[in-house]
Design a protein around this ligand. Structure first.
Ligand code: PSU
Ligand code: MN
Length: 308
């Protein structure tokens, strides 16, 4: 056993798929511990896994349990994570701390990308990535998710940066870091709860096969780093931009008044928006994660076909 293996617990289903070169889709766990309330968090995690299986791939939900990096959670592990309090929200800066000190932690997009790369998973589905926060020119609040894309070779399927972020600045930072941002069947950058925004997306692709070919080409050219796929929420679950805008404004104001900072900003805004929207923001959030799981599975399946 090498030294990395000592820190990993890979579920039987995921280990088998990785050995066989079968399609695997990584899933983050911060969405379970800090992104959605119980019991919808657990229901969503299970539904997302089932969706991936139905598309011919194997789901690998990632979390740190008592200092071990788990790749693929058993049902009882998902159940206990969904109700656990005091779970660390882990990113690049503190992943090794949680492992070294035997902590429980959920993985953000950044930490999930790292863990996926450790075991050779190249596709990952989530809801929204972290980005540049509004007022970052004062607060310097820029998610570590963005710099992770510059160094880690994983395709991340999301529904665009959340509209609680500064979308223009988020795109600028992604561009500076050389990260391809691909609109899936979309010319504009989707903004999580809404299918489109006023910002054009740098690249548009229309099929999972195109995305897989792009990934294969990057590998052949020796280009490192992640790729961001922005997949609009299905039309029937979208919240109109005008409705969401006033909710966002209110949530941002409340965060400001309460002096919320650091890692708490994103979870606070998500839960405040859930209250302000009477639960509608959560319904949309769940549907877009399911939609991203479907596309991520299709990409993983196409990647396997290209490799064989
Ligand atoms: N978007 C959601 N729910 C979430 C997150 C994003 O709809 O739970 C989480 C993701 O794990 C993302 C993290 O990586 O928030 C970003 O946090 P921060 O802004 O603190 O970097
Ligand atoms: Mn932050």
């Amino acid at each position: 056993m090498n030294s990395l293996d000592n820190h990993l617990v890979i579920s039987a289903a995921v280990a088998h798929a990785l050995d066989a070169g079968d399609p695997v889709v990584a899933l983050e766990s911060t969405i379970i511990t800090h992104g959605m309330p119980h019991p919808r968090n657990l229901e969503t995690a299970l539904a997302v896994e089932a969706e991936i299986v139905s598309r011919g791939a194997i789901p690998a939900t990632i979390a740190i349990l008592e200092g071990k990096i788990h790749i693929g959670l058993e049902r009882h592990e998902l159940e206990s994570l969904a109700v656990a309090k005091e779970v660390l929200k882990l990113s690049r800066a503190d992943l090794a701390y949680a492992v070294a000190c035997g902590k429980n932690g959920s993985t953000t997009v950044a930490a999930t990308m790292m863990a996926a790369q450790m075991v050779g998973i190249s596709v990952f589905a989530t809801g929204g990535i972290g980005g540049v926060h509004m007022g970052a020119e004062e607060s310097f609040d820029i998610s570590a998710d963005l710099s992770e894309f510059a160094r880690t070779n994983v395709i991340v399927v999301c529904a665009g940066p959340k509209a609680i972020l500064d979308l223009n600045k988020t795109l600028e930072v992604l561009e500076t870091n050389g990260i391809p941002v691909i609109g899936y069947q979309s010319d504009t950058l989707p903004a999580f709860w809404t299918r489109s925004s006023s910002i054009n997306v740098p690249i548009r692709m229309n099929s999972a096969l195109e995305i897989a070919r792009h990934a294969a080409t990057r590998q052949q050219l020796g280009i490192d780093g992640g790729t961001l796929i922005a997949n609009p929420v299905p039309r029937e679950f979208e919240i109109p931009g005008s409705v969401i805008a006033s909710i966002i404004e209110q949530a941002l104001n409340d965060a400001d008044k309460l002096g919320v900072s650091g890692k708490e900003v994103t979870p606070y805004l998500l839960s405040r928006m859930l209250e302000l929207s009477d639960g509608k923001s959560l319904e949309t959030n769940i549907e877009l994660v399911l939609n991203n799981a479907r596309l991520a599975s299709d990409i993983a399946v196409e990647l396997k076909k290209l490799a064989t």
